[in-house]
Design a protein around this ligand. Sequence first.
Ligand code: HEM
Length: 167
Amino acid sequence: MLQHGFLGYDASLMLDVVVCALVLVVPVLLFSVYSVKFGRRFQLHKTLQLTLAVVLLLAVAAFEVDLQLVHGGWENVVNKDPANPRLSGEQLDAVRGVLRIHLVFAISTPVLWAVTIVLALRRFPSPPTPGEHSSLHRVLAWASTIDITLTSVTGLWFYYVAFVATS
Ligand code: HEM
C-alpha cells in the first residue's frame, strides 16, 4: 500500500491521500460558504475555513515530503521501474502538460488563502461579524474559493491521466 496507494491504481499512499482530501475539500467549502452567505453563521464559517486550511496544509506538506524526498519526484511515482517505464514519450508529455496547468492553481491557492485568512483574522472582530473588511474579503474569498476548486479539478485530472486512464 505504501508503494501503490489504496485506490487501486499504481500511484502512492500520499498521492491517494491528497486526491481524497481534494475531493472532500470542495463540499466542505461549499457548505462553509453557504452557511455564511445564506445562514449568516459567521463563527461556523470561520471555524470551518481555519480547519480546512490546517488540514490541507498538513496533507500537502506530508505529500510534498513524500513525493520530493522519499520518491525523488513525480516521474518516479509514475514510472516506478525505470527499466520498464509505464509511461513514456507522448503519454508522459501529455501528463506533464496537465501537471503544469495544475501547478498554476496549486501554487497560487496557498498564497491567496494565506492573504485571505490573515486579513480576515486581523480585520474582522472576534467573533466575526460583517464590517468594513467585508467588501475586500468577498473579492479575496471568492477568488480563493475558485482557485482551490480549480486546484481540485486539475489535480484529479492529473491523477486521471497519470494513473487511471493509463492503468
Ligand atoms: C480562505 C479562507 C476563506 C474563504 C475561502 C472564505 C470565503 C468566504 C465567502 C465566499 C464569503 C461569502 C461572500 C458573499 O456573501 O458573497 C465569506 C464571507 C464572510 N467570511 Fe469568509 N472566507 C475565508 C476565511 C474567513 C475567516 C478566517 C473569517 C473570520 C475571521 C471569515 C469571515 C467572514 C465573514 C464575517 C463573512 C461575511 C461578510 C459579509 O457578508 O459581509 N472568512 N467568506
